[in-house]
Design a protein around this ligand. Sequence first.
Ligand SMILES: [Zn+2]
Length: 342
Amino acid sequence: MLRVEYREGLYLPDLDLWLDAEGQRELCVISHAHSDHIAEHRAIIATPATARIFRHRRGEAEVITQHYGERRDYGRYALTFYPAGHCLGSAQVLVEADGERLVYTGDIKLRPNVAAEDAVIVPCDTLVMESTFGEAQYRFPPDVVTNERLYAAVDRARSDERVPVVLAYALGKGQEALELLLRRDYRVTLHGSVWNVAEIYRELGVEFSGPYERYDREHLRGRVLIAPPGCRRQPMVQNIERRYTIMLTGWALNKRAPFMYRGVDLVLPLSDHADYDDLVRLARESGAQRIITMHGPAKFAAALCELGFNAEHLAPHPSTIDKTKKRAPKKAATAIEQTLFD
Ligand SMILES: [Zn+2]
């Protein structure tokens, strides 16, 4: 079986293959272009959409693009991408080598995403899965319920003559929120970083349900503003005297959410990640005999074992532990706040 290591990125030493490495590499497979999954590599392998967004965020690199479902041979291994439903172009990576099928999910959302391709579950022998919400408290309500709460909050804010400010990170959630709001005919204005990515989505063929504008402080009346979460403490949002802030995040279900998002008026559980039940479903339907969890609580692997799966949590490789420890507080804050992906 292929050895799997976490060395500030996923590493398959038998194949000398890097996936989502956090530091510069000669060649790296990129599952999606969130900032915690990309670095200034010399060459990358990615879907065309991820490669385009990577260029926007990290500049030039030698790029090998592969469409979903297109299998390509790289000598010691073959790679195929499948949709991950997390943001436009996000991919699960099937690695085939030595007769083994290994799938790395990257960040994944199994529920339909109104602004990304629908995820599929890929049969495999080894499943390396993200498990951000791998605790039973994270069972998201049906999206239709959350969406209605969003619309009701926006309506309430407007009737109270407050500007609704929806906090969603620049790649993925921002465009999802945009599409949800446009489907109800709201006038929407976007922070520059959300706008930039929305324009790339359009260039890549996404048809939003209506027009939208780039933020202009003279023209906020009657609009809903979408801005990255970090903006809530910045003048752009702070200077809106009558505002109503709505944060969209799976962490809404954490009982500490009111403290984590102090000052936010409403926190709604709309996530671009799979919830607990979907993570278990992913493990089951993949048919994998070996499951390796990462980017989440170690106890998720224990919970899977109790359900009869052969699962283990991928601990950082010993050579990287010191560095990981030093950076732990920052990483924890990043995961909780979900603010830095612009
Ligand atoms: Zn992500």
